[in-house]
Design a binder for this molecule. Structure first.
Ligand SMILES: Nc1ncnc2c1ncn2[C@@H]1O[C@H](COP(=O)(O)OP(=O)(O)O)[C@@H](O)[C@H]1O
Ligand SMILES: O=C(O)[C@@H](O)C(=O)COP(=O)(O)O
Length: 426
C-alpha cells in the first residue's frame, strides 16, 4: 500500500466525515481506529484516515498520539498529512489544535501550514479569519453551549494564536479568489516571516479546491472535511489518483436488529431525537443516574430487550444546555461527560450482544467511547446518509460485520435516525 494522502482525525465522527468526503471525491479510503495492526486487511487504498480520540484530552497526550499516527502514515508513503479538526474549531486555549499543528509541522520541517475548518456544505464558512456557522459567528452559534468545549471567539487567528507557539497568519478570501499560485506565493512569504499556522478563508467549494491544490505542495495541513475535498480533487486533477467509487460494495446486508444511541446534546441532535419519538420507541436516560452507577445502563438494556424484536429503538442521554450545566455543576464537566460516555458504551455493547448489527451513534465523544468498547479496528466506507455522515462497515473485530453510522452532533436533517436506518436496511 502506497498512500497518496494520510490523514489524522481528532475524533471518530470527524474521521468518518472526512473519510466520506475523500471517498465521495474518488479516493479509495479506509478509516482505521488508531494505528492498525500490521495484519489487518485494509486492501489497496489511496487514503487512510487514522481516527484518534484526542480532541478533549491533555495536549501532551494529543501530540504524542498524533505524532505516532503521522509516522505510521509517512512510513506508508504519505507525502502530505492532513490533521482533521472539527468544522466548528472545537478546542480550548490549552489546545489541542495548536499543539498538534506545532508538533506535526516541526516533525515534517514545514512552515506556514494552511488551516481552515470551512465546510460550506454544512454551513461552516471562514471570512477574514472569522468562522461562521450558518449565518451567525461561531460564538453566537449553538457551539457557545457545547458541554466540553464551549466556543466564545469566532476570530480563528486569535483562537489559534492562544494555542500555538508560533505567530498565526491569514490568507484572506480576496487572495484565495486569485488562485492556487497566489496562495502558494503568500504562504512562502509568511514562512519567511516565521509564521506557523495560517488561517485560510473559504466560503465556497471553489475556494477549497484552490486551497487543496496549494496545500498539496506542502507536507502538512489542518482542516475539516472541506479541505479534504480540496486535497482529494487536487490528487485526482493532477493524475496522482485515479477516481474510483468503491462505496456501493460495502452495503451487502448484515441482517440482525437495529438501534440508535445518542449522547450528543447539540441542537440538531435534540431535534432529531424529538422527531424519532414519532416513529420508534425512545428511552430518555437519567444522566444523573447514569453517572451514579451501573443500574441505569442495565435498566436501559432490559427496556430495549422488551422492544427491539419489533423494530429499532433509540436510547438517549442528551439534554438541554440548562440540564447539562446542572449536572456538570454537581460532578464536573469532564467527569460527567466521561461517565455518560461509558454508560452509553455499556449499552452499545449489551445491544450488540443481544443481536444488534446496525447501530447509529450520535455524538463525537460518545461514538469514540462506543467504538472503543466494541473493539472495532477499522471501517470501510459506504454511501452518504447526510452531509458528513456515511454508512460504515466494520473491518475485523470480535463482533463480525456491523453496519454503523457515527453522527457528529450538529450534522444531519431532522429525520436523520430514520434516514440512516433506511439506508442501512437496504
Ligand atoms: N445529560 C447530559 N448531561 C451532561 N453531559 C452529557 C449529557 N448527555 C451527554 N453528555 C456528554 O456531552 C458530551 C457530548 O459530546 P459528543 O458526544 O462529542 O457530542 P457532539 O458531537 O454533539 O459534540 C459527551 O461527553 C457526553 O457524555
Ligand atoms: O467537522 C465536523 O464538524 C465534524 O466532522 C466533527 O468533527 C464534529 O464533531 P462532533 O460533533 O463532536 O462529532
Amino acid at each position: 500500500m502506497t498512500l497518496a494522502l494520510g490523514t489524522i482525525a481528532d475524533d471518530y465522527t470527524g474521521a468518518s466525515d472526512l473519510a466520506n468526503t475523500l471517498a465521495k471525491n474518488g479516493l479509495r479510503t479506509v478509516q482505521t481506529v488508531g494505528i492498525p495492526a500490521d495484519d489487518l486487511p485494509l486492501g489497496e487504498v489511496d487514503a487512510v484516515v487514522v481516527s484518534l480520540k484526542i480532541r478533549s484530552v491533555p495536549a501532551a497526550e494529543a501530540v504524542e498520539k498524533a505524532r505516532a499516527a503521522d509516522r505510521w502514515l509517512r512510513a506508508r508513503g504519505a507525502g502530505h498529512v492532513m490533521y482533521k479538526i472539527c468544522s466548528t474549531f472545537d478546542s480550548t486555549d490549552e489546545g489541542n489544535i495548536g499543539p498538534v499543528l506545532d508538533a506535526l509541522s516541526a516533525d515534517a520541517g514545514a512552515a506556514a501550514v494552511l488551516v481552515t475548518p470551512a465546510f460550506p456544505e454544512t454551513g461552516r464558512t471562514v471570512y477574514q479569519g472569522h468562522l461562521f456557522v450558518g449565518s451567525v459567528p461561531l460564538n453566537e452559534s449553538p457551539l457557545k453551549d457545547h458541554p466540553l468545549n464551549p466556543m466564545h471567539d469566532a476570530n480563528l487567528v486569535r483562537v489559534l494564536g492562544r494555542q500555538s507557539v508560533s505567530r498565526v497568519g491569514l490568507v484572506p478570501q480576496a487572495l484565495v479568489a486569485r488562485g492556487a499560485d497566489a496562495v502558494r506565493a503568500r504562504l512562502a512569504e509568511l514562512a519567511v516571516d516565521g509564521i506557523g499556522g495560517v488561517i485560510a478563508d473559504a466560503v465556497n467549494e471553489g475556494d477549497l479546491v484552490t486551497l487543496g491544490a496549494a496545500a498539496l505542495d506542502s507536507q502538512v495541513s489542518v482542516g475539516a472535511s472541506g479541505l479534504g475535498l480540496g486535497l482529494a480533487r487536487g490528487l485526482v486533477a493532477t493524475g496522482r489518483v485515479l477516481r474510483v467509487d468503491a462505496t456501493a460494495s460495502v452495503m451487502a446486508g448484515v441482517g440482525g436488529l437495529s438501534a440508535c444511541l445518542a449522547g450528543s446534546c447539540s441542537k440538531a441532535t435534540l431535534e432529531q431525537i424529538a422527531r424519532a419519538e414519532d416513529v420508534m420507541p425512545v428511552l430518555r436516560l437519567s444522566a444523573e443516574a447514569l453517572v451514579s452507577g451501573p443500574a441505569e445502563a442495565e435498566g436501559a438494556l432490559e427496556w430495549a430487550a422488551a422492544r427491539i424484536g419489533d423494530g429499532p429503538v433509540l436510547i438517549a442521554s442528551s439534554a438541554s444546555p440548562a440540564e447539562v450545566a446542572r449536572l456538570q455543576a454537581l460532578h464536573g464537566r469532564e467527569a460527567a461527560g466521561h461517565a455518560i460516555e461509558q454508560g452509553l458504551a455499556t449499552i452499545a455493547e449489551g445491544l450488540v450482544k443481544r443481536g444488534v448489527r446496525r447501530l447509529v451513534v450520535a455524538g463525537g465523544e460518545t461514538s469514540g467511547a462506543v467504538v472503543d468498547r466494541l473493539g472495532i479496528p477499522a471501517f470501510a466506507l459506504g454511501p452518504e446518509i447526510a452531509a458528513g455522515v456515511p454508512v460504515l462497515r466494520t473491518i475485523g473485530g470480535a463482533h463480525g460485520d456491523l453496519l454503523m453510522a457515527l453522527k457528529s452532533g450538529n450534522f444531519g436533517g431532522v429525520n436523520f435516525f430514520t434516514d440512516a436506518l433506511g439506508l442501512m436496511s437496504k
